[in-house]
Write a protein that binds this ligand. Structure first.
Ligand code: G6P
Length: 598
């Protein structure tokens, strides 16, 4: 969802902004723009429109010397994607230019109260912010005018502000939407996502809510000041940058998604190294919170919620702890009746999903304990929950989540295993087998590509399975629809006949997942039901329960770990289907990687 990046330093600012916007593309957007100071002619220039960053990069006039710039990728919330609504936005006097992530809830009231005479040129809430700054700057110093404006805003914002009167200063502010300040040897870069800092910053600082940054230049040195909303200086303890350019490249793969699918065996091995080897384990405090809880409440969205379903099964079956799973956007407005001693577990690849954040705010307001399981240790959810576990999937750039999903499942498995009074298997042995089994199916991906071409590219599709396989089916169906735009549903195999079987006709693809011995017979019965009605069936099964006609047979692993393996061919099916249909696989239409609005 929207991305922002700004820079003040000795390098060419527009290069850094365009490279930053390209790195932020994966978050999802529909328009983009840049605003910079043309140093030679002491004037400001804007490019903005609906469309992709590569159009901006292609159309950009690279002759300008410039050292101050801000840029934006917009995912439309207030007003449709077009040039007028693209960022940056300007105050009526043109003195201030701004880019904004987030949503201002009270922008209409503020307009009526302070800006009734201002003719707006866009439908965005952002234009209200920039005009308020201008309005207050008539009586206050600029920094104070910004703080005064922020004190009136209700909602979420990450802002970068340029005052054209002073091209040696860049202002930034944040509330609820993420923003990070990166410091490099040649300047200061501020962005909504750590990815945009890669290659330019050696250290960085994730900002807290309601903080204001002023970047300035004195004697060719660039530095920043951090204050709270009333102007009190805040500490600036910097973190070391631990992502390098190679981590965010495609490493020779055609798509990030394929690269990330192929990285999954290494992710499992990395998780083993971080949490199982050399005496390392999950933190005692977290294990104790699970042990003391009467019930676990998992809150998540999309793919992370599917990991949550698998986690529920594992925690209940391996560790005998009752668990409920909630859709984050529902939880935030309709919280459940909570048991005594609850423990809330937030699962989020990005750690920024707004629906989870609202739920966490509710949990904290009730003084309940919480844990965030995420891929981004500096994310809002990681910082705001009481406890935090990193999933170590490495940067995931494709919008459709793959390796983060298996990493989330693996972490939930480790938790269940550590809590189990009787260990049902040797976790080292079984996770090592999982990595090998993943390698084996990834090595056969050409075969899956052929299978997809022959049988699968149709207008709708079903995944069916029981127990743990049902959760894999939910995730498999989401993946296929996300990137191929084929209508796909994941069904509990036995439930299909209670209505939805009417949709099965000659040639409808039905993909069955069978990894659980006790359910093998019943699911095969359901396969026959759909075959009789003309379905084109593909079966994904484990070696020890496979049938000779099954198309995708996977290496055996313990049944509890099967979701880590069965999901891999479904990711490949989604990938190759989207490839045949020539979809924008890494950036599917209408989707955002990090959904920072509710
Ligand atoms: C978006 C993405 C999904 C993702 C979901 C939750 O909808 O498109 O792929 O599963 O957000 O994101 P999170 O970062 O909280 O796991």
């Amino acid at each position: 969802m929207c991305g922002i990046v700004g820079y003040l330093g000795s390098e060419k600012a527009s290069d850094i902004i365009l490279s930053g916007l390209t790195k932020l593309e994966y978050r999802g957007y529909d328009s983009c723009g840049i605003f910079f100071h043309d140093t030679d002619n002491d004037r400001f220039i804007t490019y903005k429109d609906k469309g992709r960053v590569h159009h901006l990069v292609d159309d950009f006039d690279y002759q300008y010397n410039n050292h101050l710039a801000i840029g934006h990728t917009r995912w439309a919330t207030h007003g449709k994607p077009n040039q007028a609504n693209s960022h940056p936005h300007f105050s009526l006097s043109q003195r201030f230019g701004i880019v904004h992530n987030g949503v201002i809830d009270n922008y209409l009231e503020l307009t009526t109260k302070y800006l009734a005479d201002v003719p707006f040129s866009s439908e965005t809430d952002t234009e209200v912010i920039v005009n308020l700054i201008d309005y207050f700057s008539k009586t206050l110093a600029v920094e104070e005018a910004i703080r005064k404006t922020l004190s009136l805003l209700e909602g979420s914002y990450a802002l970068l502000i340029i005052d054209i009167v002073n091209p040696d200063i860049l202002y930034a502010a944040k509330n609820k939407s993420p923003l990070l300040v990166g410091v490099g040897s040649k300047g200061i870069i501020i962005a909504s996502d750590v990815m945009a800092l890669v290659g330019y910053a050696d250290h960085y600082l994730p900002l807290e809510d309601k903080s204001v940054v002023t970047v300035s230049k004195t004697e060719n040195q660039y530095h920043f000041e951090l204050k709270d909303i009333i102007g009190k200086p805040l500490p600036t303890t910097m973190l070391e940058m631990n992502i390098v350019m190679e981590d965010i490249g495609k490493a020779g793969y055609s798509h990030y998604m394929l690269k990330e699918i192929c990285e999954q065996p290494s992710v499992i091995r990395k998780i083993m190294a971080m949490y199982l080897e050399n005496g390392s384990s999950l933190p005692d405090k977290i294990i104790q919170h699970f042990q003391e809880a009467n019930r676990i409440y998992i809150v998540a969205a999309g793919t992370s919620m599917h990991a949550g379903f698998v986690g529920k099964y594992l925690l209940e079956n391996i560790a005998q702890i009752p668990v409920e799973v909630f859709i984050a956007s529902e939880f935030a407005y309709n919280p459940p009746l909570v048991e005594k001693n609850p423990y809330f577990v937030f699962i989020s690849q990005s750690g920024e999903t707004a629906d989870l954040r609202s739920s966490l705010v509710w949990v904290k307001s009730h003084h309940y304990q919480s844990l965030t399981i995420t891929n981004v240790p500096t994310s809002t959810l990681a910082r705001e929950a009481d406890d935090f576990l990193e999933i170590y999937a490495g940067p995931e750039i494709a919008v459709a989540s793959t390796k983060a999903y298996v990493a989330q499942v693996a972490i939930l498995l480790l938790i269940a295993y550590q809590l189990a009074s009787r260990k049902p298997f040797d976790i080292h042995v079984e996770l090592s087998r999982v990595a090998v089994a993943m390698d084996a199916i990834i090595d056969r991906r050409d075969y899956i590509q052929h299978l997809v071409r022959d049988k699968l590219v149709k207008h709708n599709c079903f995944y069916i399975g029981r127990g743990l396989d049902y959760f894999t089916c939910l995730e498999a169906a989401l993946k296929l629809k996300e990137i191929s735009y084929i209508q796909t549903e994941g069904f509990a195999a036995g439930e299909l006949k209670h209505g939805t079987i009417t949709l099965i006709e000659e040639g409808t693809p039905v993909i069955a997942v069978i990894s659980q011995k006790t359910m093998n017979h019943a699911t095969r019965g359901n396969i026959r039901e759909v075959q009789t009605r003309g379905a084109e069936v593909i079966v994904i099964s484990m070696s020890d329960i496979h049938d000779v006609t099954d198309q995708i047979v996977l290496m055996d692993v313990h049944e509890y770990l099967a979701p880590l393996i069965t999901v891999i061919p479904t990711q490949l099916i989604a990938f190759y289907t989207a490839l045949i249909l020539e979809r924008d696989i890494d950036k599917p239409r209408n989707l955002a990687k990090s959904v920072t609005v509710e």
